[in-house]
Design a binder for this molecule. Structure first.
Ligand SMILES: [Cu+2]
Length: 215
């Protein structure tokens, strides 16, 4: 009886993680393939454009959040700037419930919209120095465009947990405070097949190295 109660309590109250591990590594982007995906345009339906800039930003994320993981509160509101007719950053990763600011730092008008199922929106056209914000409540991928400048596009990846990281300019990533356990970890890269690898954080924690190749 007592043992049963004890078990129940242990399950009901996810203990704070005393020991945790770190996952880190590099995503090697082999294909600097240009994005050839047709771009939907509100003003010019049916038109597509070719994005000529090679993109190397990858996102590494856990398929499923560790059970009983400690969720930390959010930091500052993330931003996707519009600068030199470019969305900066090109790839943003956030977790559900996050509001993203879309300031216009150019001297010209921009528009921000998405037709993605994860979050369909249209912030309209707005002038230099203004900012609009939108909240993302469902996990998934959101493609972002400007209906004035067909070469402007970006990605927002929305996760239902905090176990994700965007690679830096060297392709490196790092995810901290992972409870011990076995996980499936995926690397996402624009226009590439996703690669998923199993990783194990041992009971003692420590650092696990895992590299990915995006082709
Ligand atoms: Cu624009």
């Amino acid at each position: 009886m007592l043992a049963g109660v004890g078990t129940l309590m242990a399950q009901d109250a996810p203990a704070r993680v005393a020991v945790s591990g770190t996952l880190r590594g590099r995503v090697d982007v082999k294909s600097l393939a240009y994005s050839l995906a047709p771009r939907p345009s509100a003003s010019e339906p049916g038109r597509s454009s070719i994005d000529r800039l090679p993109r190397q930003i990858a996102v590494v994320y856990f398929q499923i959040a560790p059970s009983g993981a400690f969720e930390q509160s959010d930091e500052a509101r993330p931003m996707m700037d519009q600068r030199n007719e470019t969305f900066v950053p090109h790839v943003l990763a956030i977790h559900t419930g996050t509001t993203v600011e879309f300031p216009n730092s150019d001297q010209i008008f921009h528009n921000v919209f998405s037709l993605s199922k994860t979050r369909r929106f249209d912030l309209g056209r707005y002038a230099a120095g203004r900012s609009k914000a939108i909240r993302f409540d469902s996990p998934g991928i959101v493609r972002v465009f400007c209906d004035i400048h067909s070469h402007m596009n970006a990605f927002i990846l929305v996760f239902a947990h905090r176990y994700f990281a965007v690679t830096d300019e060297d392709g490196r990533y790092r995810i901290d405070q992972i409870p011990p356990g076995s996980y499936a970890v995926t690397a996402w890269y624009e226009g590439s097949d996703r690669e998923t690898r199993p990783i194990v954080i041992l009971p003692g924690g420590g650092v696990v190295e895992q590299d990915f190749v995006a082709r």
